[in-house]
Ligand binder design. Structure first.
Ligand SMILES: [Zn+2]
Length: 197
């Protein structure tokens, strides 16, 4: 069976999905997608342009996993790395598999959202941006999603399940602009993240 992943050295493949002019000045949004070529119902080939240092890293990872994953394919090496990333992200969101039965009390004066609250919100919202669209429905983005206080913390909004929602970065900033105004928010955000009217 041919390998599912093929890596093309720089300059060997004109990266049709990422024109240089676009990638250089891309707005803050989803990065350009990798080109995926369906082969069968279950198999796909992805075309990724990678640097020399990436290939070195891949070789080093293969060596590092040579005991636990002997003879692993490139896909298996990369999948093992992705599993680690997802596990780390899940921990940050409080989505650990075995939560404590009695959640620890929040530290006095702490701004941190308690892990059990974070977990409940992420689970309820399925990690999707809950911003309501004018056209109906919700944004639903899963990219750069953060927890957003519906009544802002600065206005006394508590870090409770009811007062929190998942929101993508764009809508998180937009919500803050509606509360604090553009002038103040321009001090805290880069130009370009200001939503168009
Ligand atoms: Zn959104």
């Amino acid at each position: 069976m041919s390998r599912r992943y093929r890596f093309f050295r720089k300059n060997r493949l004109a990266n049709a999905s990422v024109p240089a002019a676009v990638s250089a000045k891309a707005p803050v949004s989803r990065p350009p997608r990798t080109h995926v070529e369906p082969l069968t119902a279950d198999l796909n080939r992805i075309h990724v342009t990678v640097s020399r240092s990436f290939l070195k890293k891949l070789a080093a990872a293969r060596d590092a996993l040579s005991h636990s994953h002997p003879g692993a394919t490139d896909e298996e090496i990369l999948a093992a790395g992705l599993d680690l990333l997802l596990e780390r992200a899940a921990k940050r969101r409080g989505l650990v598999e075995k939560p404590r039965k009695t959640p620890p009390p929040a530290a006095p004066g702490s701004d941190a959202v308690p892990a059990h609250v974070s977990r409940a919100v992420w689970t309820r919202d399925e990690g999707k941006c809950q911003w309501k669209l004018d056209s109906g429905g919700i944004c639903g983005s899963t990219y750069q999603v953060q927890l957003d206080h519906i009544i802002p913390r600065a206005l006394g909004g508590p870090s409770t399940v009811d007062n929190l929602r998942c929101a993508c970065r764009v809508h998180n900033v937009r919500a803050a602009r509606e509360v604090y105004g553009d002038e103040l928010m321009d001090h805290f955000t880069r130009r370009g993240s200001r939503p168009r009217a």
